[in-house]
Design a protein around this ligand. Sequence first.
Ligand code: N01
Length: 532
Amino acid sequence: MTKNVDLDVLIVGAGFAGLRALHTFREQGFRVRVLEASDEIGGVWNYNRYPGARCDVESFDYSYRFSEALEQEWRWTERYATQPEILTYINHVADRFDLRKDIDLSTRVRRAAYDKVTCRWTIETEDGSRFTAARFVIAVGQLSEPKATTYPDQETFEGRIIYSARWPREPVDFSGKRVAIIGTGSSGVQMTPIIAAQATHLTVFQRTANYSIPAANAPVTEEEDRAVKADYRARREAARNSPSGLGFKPDPRSAAEVDPDEREAAFEAAWNRLGFGFALTFKDILLNQEANDIASAFVQRKIAEQIEDPGLRDKLVPRGFAFGTRRPSVDGGYFKTFNRPNVSLVDISETPIERFTTNGIRTSDQDLPFDIVIYATGFDVFTGSILKIDITGREGQTLKAAWAGGPASHLGIAVDGFPNLFFIGGPGSPSLLSNVLLSSEEQIDWLAELFDVARRDGIMEVEATPDAVRTWVAHVNERAQQTLYMTTPSYYVGAEMPGKPRVFMPYSGGVRGYRRILENTASNGYEGFDLR
Ligand code: N01
């Protein structure tokens, strides 16, 4: 049955960000609804059910901060939570705060158009329902639109093909199977050891060797749980005031200046305990080539030590780009898995995949038989899921046209020409360069205040000015230029998709710096926005 609903705030996406936004805006007394394409809530944690999927931010930090009661009652079992545990948490939150009654599942937003006379958005869904809303909030995530990777003759393959980001709900049985994994980013790296332990044979197809740090996972003990909960506010504040939202601050010295023995000890300690946070052992690992060279060499050595076969070692050790400039993985024994007799590697930079056959894959130099082929080839990052919606602004221009040269926004939140449209975790915000849940909550709190002010002052339209957008894009670029990120093609710059504009998309100025900018913007009367 199609619907016709009028709202104060319409949110797209029932992942972490959309659910938090629903709760907060509803508490403020707004009429809010969330539209979600899937038949379940949870966003990436709903879709990415592949074996081994888990978070690489510590559970105590990758969790909502808005409710102290929730913080106290929830018991994380592991330092880095698994996908099922996170999905259980999200569902618990939805029930605990009675969110489901304001979520429409299985409801894909197709188009949205702004009406400059009524100052409202009309949002249409695939089933023909129409929603009108004063504020339109897009919370669709950065890693939501999987790349539709295919190879020639794929339709002739008689085995099973699975995309990691659309993993089936029922468990996949790998026993007795010959399995291929294409892609060695975080998804491929996480699933490799687990599938290798079950399958008859596993072949990993690698195009680019990536850096990976051990996850250093462990159960959360009763003592640790009590200690964190006794002082949770301090932990949250530490996270908010750290560069990445991970809670710890780098050693303020340059890696290049520290005495080599001391540096080695610091790297060793970080390697064994910090997971992804290894990149923050010293302040300048992602800023200074000399410091990065030292860190990269350490990681390369650590990776090499795990691989017995010299030929494999040569292929698996990443080279030619600075550690951290492509998103490093965090692994549970990835490299050691290649020491198993039932695991092999195909370096497709040397012997490319040519096509599927009826019973497997043909590379430039061999035919390999498979029962199951898994694509872990990643996403159209940052913009893929946003631009899937046909969004038309005030003067009839589309967001796709406005972003033809790459996404441009003020603060990663709003775009000139598109009043009353707001992004959470959008391009131009810290998002994937931070604890994304924390930075999303910062944005939601800030938007809540803006919505309050607008209601109090009878503001119909909130729109970023073109000048503010130009200035923010320049600032995002300036900050990126101060880092090493620009030295490597990566999804941070749109290199993951052929033909995508090459612009640096996340904000690299850190979570704390970004929050200060948000606070200053508000205290200066929402500088950079027209409120009318
Ligand atoms: O995707 P990716 P992902 N043929 O883009 C290769 C988060 N995450 O799903 O590098 C063959 O990183 C591609 O090769 P190349 C995290 O932010 C977090 O793994 O383009 N191969 C690469 O090896 C992460 O960064 C966790 O040369 C192809 C791989 O596929 C992000 O999600 C877990 C190909 C894609 O790697 C994305 O991770 C999982 C092709 N046509 C994900 N196209 C945690 O640990 C691409 N590749 C929390």
